[in-house]
Write a protein that binds this ligand. Sequence first.
Ligand SMILES: [Zn+2]
Length: 111
Amino acid sequence: MVDDESLTNTYKVINKFMTEKGWLECRCGTCGKNFYLKPSSIASKSSCGWGQCAGGSYSFFNSIKRKRIMSPRQVCTAICEHFERIGFKTEIPRNITNLDGNTDLITGRNS
Ligand SMILES: [Zn+2]
């Protein structure tokens, strides 16, 4: 069983870690729970972002559902097309199969 002192100590350790990493502890004005936010975030400092605290709904909940599920290959194609559209170049993957023994480490270099 976890006692209050253990919880307090755990909170202190987590809070110290988060604040050292630049996170800001905030308290949600709706549910009263504490949450962390990067000061540079455009998210509200008064809402934890949970659906019910953020006005009850997110806009993507109203998005139209797909009529059919995409196959893994279709998802892969859509992701590749997205990244190519925003400027990433597709590389042909190298075969990393080791036919001569056990593979412990695989490295590559940028060309
Ligand atoms: Zn909340």
